[in-house]
Design a protein around this ligand. Sequence first.
Ligand SMILES: Nc1nc2c(ncn2[C@@H]2O[C@H](COP(=O)(O)OP(=O)(O)OP(=O)(O)O)[C@@H](O)[C@H]2O)c(=O)[nH]1
Ligand SMILES: [Mg+2]
Length: 270
Amino acid sequence: MCGVCGCGKPDGAEHEHALADGAVVRHSHGEGAEHAHVHGHAHEDEAARRVKVERDILSRNDEQAARNRRRFEQSGTFVVNLMSGPGSGKTTLLVRTLKELGRRLPLAVIEGDQQTTIDADRIRDTGVPALQVNTGKGCHLDATMIDRALTTLPAPKGGVLFVENVGNLVCPAGFDLGEAQKVVVISVTEGEDKPLKYPDMFAAADLVLVNKADLLPHLDFEVGALERNLRRVNHDVQVLIVSARTGEGFAAWLGWLEAHRPKAAGEVRA
Ligand SMILES: Nc1nc2c(ncn2[C@@H]2O[C@H](COP(=O)(O)OP(=O)(O)OP(=O)(O)O)[C@@H](O)[C@H]2O)c(=O)[nH]1
Ligand SMILES: [Mg+2]
């Protein structure tokens, strides 16, 4: 009987072992069996090494995120990490939000994209300072990128720093940036099933903005079905239906920002 998987195959019969990382090794107890076992263990070592490296990266990120968070608390900066799949409308939503917030508060934006300065340029057109961080092959922003960005773009004291993460419904969910709130945008053209397919992102959200509501009359999208799917991964999450194009739902979104923004001593709510 094979001593590795206990599968009952006789010595010499070629068969397969599924390894911890999902790889499959063909193996027999005849000639070359020892080699096959060594090969299998190499796979397991590699899988364990990969898990350790990922854990180290995440714990180093968490340490930097904690430093960022302390720094933001000291400067009274409210930091909102805006995440979504590509094209859900994060930048369009930010442009309208910044215009509506006007000059009442100090504002700044960090833009994350793999390439180009297109989004930061769109933000700067509103008069709000913005810094583009290009992640190259990377699929998300991390806490160290935010720390570095702050050497060029100081955190607005007593104001709001919006971070637009790389358009991606997977990777940004795992990386704390030191933000106060995570806001996930999903547009009505993406389908009601996305919270079930990308649960980590929606489970991490403090608020979900359902954008492009102006398109609802042209689609089969059911807002109720999306909300039911959202509740399955994040029971109490707040949901607002908005349109960055028409401004629908913006009073509620701006109200949410105001309600969650830390207030300076003696400052009254708007
Ligand atoms: N109809 C409609 N279109 C919108 C709305 N918001 C954004 N769009 C359009 O959707 C497209 C993508 O918008 P962006 O704001 O660039 O999306 P994004 O999430 O910043 O995209 P990435 O940064 O590339 O991930 C653009 O063509 C916008 O004009 C909306 O509320 N309604
Ligand atoms: Mg964008």
